[in-house]
Design a protein around this ligand. Structure first.
Ligand SMILES: [Zn+2]
Length: 313
């Protein structure tokens, strides 16, 4: 069993709700050394997770344990005319102590509300500022393919309002094209694409993308479809994980409880971590196949090394 440092780079909390006790309990129970709270942009979608002020405070009170990626603020709609300075917003967050920026702007519902492509020139000064300072961005782009397919979208997705096939949302191809649009302009941007950029169905395509954009990383935050895909082809994915071990980030998408510090929620969150660890550290049966049983050096980078390097600007 791996006994080095583990940091969850992708965790969400609820606006206005103190989650410090939960974070401490979760770290203790599941052997995590740190948790990074990913705030969500304000005014696009999933606003219940906009957590900038609260997360900053928690980070300051728990140095080296709690980390913080802030979200941009879209409440002033004059951004549509290029009148909001997102570089200034980012600078304010970093001056206050943020470790990075979390963007949800490429998720179909957030992108629809945004009303502009994520490679729009209104973001140029912001991306340029991030690139110059080597500040990391965790960017959520697209979603699992099924979310666009009326026959395959799960009831879970439909119930959550995550069905993108009615023609009013951008396609997965368009979202990918916009992401490459950002990278063409800012090829040195420290971009961490959340949820493996939803490319787990095709190891060839994922490798091609990694080779094309050398400064891009993927996080392995579930979507479980990813783990089912990986575990069906463990040897191909093991090679991928070893080759790109310096560009893969461990994250869980665990959340703080929405009401109180419930035991059950803590157990579920810890169980998710245990299952992901089983997949990464053993070749036992897990998900739809087998785990990868990665070497210690790769695990160290994926679990914490890459994250710590990314935030040390
Ligand atoms: Zn997330």
């Amino acid at each position: 069993m791996y006994n080095g440092k583990i940091i969850d780079s992708h965790f969400h909390a609820y606006a206005g709700k103190d989650c410090e006790d939960f974070l401490q309990d979760l770290m203790m129970k599941s052997g995590l050394d740190g948790i990074c709270i990913a705030s969500i942009p304000k005014g696009l979608a999933h606003g219940e997770h906009f957590y900038n002020e609260e997360a900053l405070k928690l980070k300051m009170e728990n140095p080296g344990k709690i980390y913080f990626f802030g979200g941009l603020d879209y409440s002033d709609k004059s951004y549509l005319k290029g009148k909001v300075d997102f570089a200034k917003q980012a600078k304010k967050l970093f001056d206050a102590g943020a470790d990075g920026i979390k963007m949800l702007e490429g998720k179909p519902n957030a992108r629809k509300t945004l009303g502009l492509p994520i490679d729009s020139s209104i973001f140029d000064s912001y991306y340029s500022y991030m690139q110059e300072n080597s500040f990391p961005i965790i960017l959520h782009v697209a979603d699992p393919e099924e979310f666009w397919d009326p026959d395959k979208a799960s009831d879970f997705a439909k119930e959550h309002g995550w069905f993108w096939g009615d023609g009013s949302f951008p396609s997965k191809e368009q979202l990918y094209a916009e992401t490459e649009g950002v990278l063409k302009k800012f090829p040195k941007l420290k971009l961490i694409l959340a949820h493996f950029y939803f490319m787990s169905a095709d190891v060839g395509k994922a490798s091609e993308f990694m080779d094309k954009w050398k400064n891009v990383s993927f996080d392995i935050t579930p979507g479980y479809e990813m783990y089912h895909n990986f575990s069906k082809h463990p040897s191909a994915w093991k090679s991928f994980f070893m080759k790109y071990s310096g560009r893969i980030f461990f994250g869980t998408d665990n959340t703080a409880p929405s009401d109180g510090n419930s035991r059950e929620h803590l157990n579920c969150s810890a169980a998710r971590i245990a299952e992901m660890r089983k997949f990464l550290e053993t070749d036992n049966e897990v998900f739809s196949g087998r785990g990868l049983k990665l070497d210690r050096d790769s695990l160290k980078k994926i679990y914490s090394g890459n994250f710590l390097r990314a935030i040390s600007h």
